[in-house]
Design a protein around this ligand. Sequence first.
Ligand SMILES: [Fe+2]
Ligand SMILES: [Fe+2]
Length: 192
Amino acid sequence: MKLIESKTFLNLAKAFAGESQAYIRYKFIEYGARYNGHENIAQIVDKIIYNEFNHARMFYTKLQEASKDEISNIDICAGYPFKEKWDLLENLRIAAEDEHEEGTEIYPAFAEVARQEGFEDIAELFDNIAQIEIYHESMFARLYEELKDGTLYKKKESVLWVCDSCGYIAEGKEAWEICPVCEAERQAIRLD
Ligand SMILES: [Fe+2]
Ligand SMILES: [Fe+2]
């Protein structure tokens, strides 16, 4: 079976659309985090955004490899979530939920179809990205819990904090409000 005539080809297009939307949705979260003064959340989400960009890039590459000619259009029929309101805490919870669905349902199903159609390399890509989305789920879930219960800047045990502005590092249970070196406000990020 040629890739361009397969279900996997359409699934790659759906995955590309999904990753592209995840990229924008997490940009909303990053924007909300900065707007609310949570630089530490913005920094972590920014890394996830870059991961989603690369997922979209890898799916796009597979699509392009399906044809030597220009692909002018792919018709897909798929639903995508539009759950976000402008509420940072709620959007973190939604992001964890969406990542869970991608990682445990959508991509494993796409991997199974790819395997049945004989595209083992694409099946492996879906499986690998599913694992990453499950890790993203845990990151969003942690941010959600920490923002909700006020432990974003306060921990039970001593941890390392780094100033995102100047790089000052110190250990403690609580992050500083104002960096003692560069005086940046709320720029302390937990160093994991
Ligand atoms: Fe992704
Ligand atoms: Fe993700």
